[in-house]
Structure formats: C-alpha cells, structure tokens
Design a protein around this ligand. Structure first.
Ligand code: ACO
Length: 319
C-alpha cells in the first residue's frame, strides 16, 4: 500500500499587508525585507478569523480536488503552532465542521516543520492499515504570536492554511509517499521559541529568534534531510522533478539549492506573496504549483522544512 496524494487545497486570509505598510509600524523598509528575505507581502487573519477557519476552507478545497467527501475521511491531522484554544485540538473543530463522524483527529506541533511531521505521521497510519484516508493540514494564524515592535521577526511571518487528502491505495501505480525523514534536536530549543505557554507563564507569548543562527542551521539540516529522504527512497536528488520547500526565506532556499546543485526552475517559490506561514507554507506552495499545472501526476516531488525545536524533515512522493 502507498499513501497517495489525491488532492491539494489552500486558503489565505483576505487582508494583505505589504512591506510598505509594515514600514510605517516598525523601523524597516521594503528594500531591506526584500533583499534579506524575498518577502513582499503577507496575509493577516481578521480578528475573528481563527486557525480552524483557515484549515476548514483549505480542507474543503482539498476534498473537492480529491473527489472525496467527509464520509471517506477517517484521520485528520492539523499541524499548527497557533491552535484556536490550548485544548481541544484544532483538528477536533475541523472534524466537526467538515461533518467527519468517524476516525481520529488530532494536532501535531513541530512549528514550521509541522506539515512534514504530520504527513509522516499520516503515512504511518495509512501504511499500518489504521486509517483509510487522511486529511493532513498545515494551518496558522502566526500573526497572533508576533511582537509587532520586533522588526527582526514581525516582518517574516504571515497567516494561511493548506491541506492534502491522502488515501491508502495498492502499490501498483507507483504514486504516493515513498520516504519520509523527521528529526528533532531539543538542544537548539532557545534559537527559536515563544516566550509564553500555559504551563510556564499562563500566557501565549511572542516569537523570539536568533535569526542568523537559525539561518545557518536551516541550510545545513534542510540539505541533509533532503539527501536522507532521497537515500531512503534509493533515488538521487537530480531525479526529483519538483522541490517544494518550506517558504521561510528566499536566501535559505537559494543556499540549499546552491549546496545541492538544484536548478532554480525546479524549485516552487511562493514566499514573496505570503511570507513564512509556518506549518501552512509547504501545502500552500504545493497547492500553487499543482493548480497552475507545473506539478503533474506521476512527477517526483520533494518537500522539506525546518522550524522551532529545532525540528526538520523532508518527504519524497510521486504525485
Ligand atoms: N529591517 C531593517 N533592519 C533590520 C530588520 C528589519 N526588519 N531586522 C533586523 N534588522 C537589522 C538588525 O537590527 C541589525 O542591525 P545592526 O547591525 O544595526 O544591529 C541588522 O539588520 C542585521 O541583523 P541580522 O539579524 O544580523 O540580519 P541578517 O542578515 O541575519 O537577517 C534575518 C535577518 C532575515 C532574520 C535572517 O537572519 C534570517 O533569515 N534568518 C532565518 C530566520 C528564519 O527564516 N526564521 C523563520 C523561522 S525558521 C524557519 O522557518 C526556517
């Protein structure tokens, strides 16, 4: 059996905040942000727009693209750092709103690597026969965690959601997830974290980051994860048709591509239009390239991410 990606969907909040608008709020400029990150704008959720709302909208589109209905889904995993509430899981709300009345629904927390971790988790459930079809969602209202006085972080992030429908199918078509690799190293906890939480501070907290240290770790570990996912699948990196990276920063993407000798035309890049949407960024980019016809059925796709924890990972699949 293989976990086949049947459909992809995405959703972004309506409100767009440009670099120019941000530069009226903090001491920064469009030029600085574009040069250091490639980000031109981000989408910011309205006050009453929750992570679950974004997740539900993306999921509906993924279900439609997959030609599947609520009754077909028996596993929902939401990767998020910004749940609606501390508990229950945002996935429980998504499940109820979609009308899924069977199986399990839970959240996964691996910050920006969340979608890769959730995909790897769902793949294991499907391969073990413990679920038949899964919705794997990355959804964030990351703007809620931003310190709008800290120009080193607030310019980087945005809100959004993306989702895929995965279904266990016989391994005949060669489509589906071929390998996954996930990794955490808690020793780097303090490079990127939120300074609040229910147990430690009884609050939500704001993002804190040692930007240049994260940058160095990102290029190193993302490259390593991509090579490991390919090695586990017994393929070389030059046979991959499309690279769909976590959209953190154009310079990280360039650094990884240079290190591994990946041509720019094989890399899907959407960071300019929505910034770093944490767990949502990989499925947002995947959705863009599937919908505009770049990624086609049968092609080999490699996704990757790195985030707080530190966590990182990669997954290789045939669309
Ligand atoms: N506008 C203008 N100046 C700024 C801004 C800003 N928005 N932010 C920082 N600066 C200033 C700093 O204050 C500093 O000024 P100083 O020299 O007077 O002290 C100067 O720019 C250089 O600061 P650095 O932090 O060294 O800048 P750097 O070149 O490292 O770029 C950045 C900062 C863009 C955050 C970079 O470190 C980076 O991309 N890191 C990766 C972090 C990341 O993407 N994290 C996302 C989560 S992890 C992930 O998703 C992979």
């Amino acid at each position: 059996m293989r976990s086949v990606i049947l459909g992809v969907g995405a959703h972004l909040p309506e409100r767009v905040v440009t670099n120019a608008e941000l530069s009226q709020r903090v001491d920064t400029s469009d030029e600085w942000i574009v040069e250091r990150t490639g980000i031109r704008q981000r989408h910011i959720a309205a006050e009453d727009e929750l992570t679950s709302h974004l997740a539900i909208a993306a999921s509906r589109k993924a279900l439609e693209a997959a030609g599947r209905e609520a009754k077909d889904i028996d596993l929902i995993i939401v990767a998020t750092t910004t749940p609606d509430l501390t508990f229950p899981a945002t996935a429980a709300r998504v499940q109820a709103a979609l009308g899924v009345h069977q199986g399990a629904a839970f959240d996964v927390q691996a910050v920006c690597s969340g979608f890769v971790f959730a995909l790897a988790t769902a793949d294991n459930f499907l391969m073990r026969g413990q679920a038949k079809a899964a919705l794997v969602i990355g959804a964030e209202t990351f703007s809620r965690l931003l310190d709008w006085e800290d120009r080193g972080t607030c310019v980087l992030f945005g809100d959004g959601a993306g989702a895929v429908v995965l279904e266990a199918q016989p391994d005949e078509t060669e489509r589906g997830v071929i390998s996954t690799f996930i990794r955490t190293d808690g020793r780097m906890h303090d490079l990127l974290y939120v300074d609040g939480g229910p147990s430690q501070t009884n609050s939500v907290g704001k993002v804190r980051m040692v930007g240049n240290a994260v940058f160095r770790q990102a290029v190193e570990h993302i490259s390593g994860a991509m090579l490991e996912a390919c090695a586990r699948a017994g393929v070389t990196i030059d046979t991959v048709d499309w690279f769909v990276p976590h959209q953190a920063n154009q310079r990280i993407l360039d650094g990884v591509a240079r290190k591994l000798g990946i041509p720019a035309e094989k890399v899907v890049i959407t960071v300019g239009s929505h910034g770093n949407t944490s767990a949502a960024s990989v499925p947002l980019a995947l959705d863009a390239a599937v919908r505009d016809g770049r990624i086609k059925k049968g092609q080999l796709v490699l996704i990757e991410a790195l985030g707080g924890g530190l966590t990182w990972g990669a997954a290789l699949f045939r669309m």
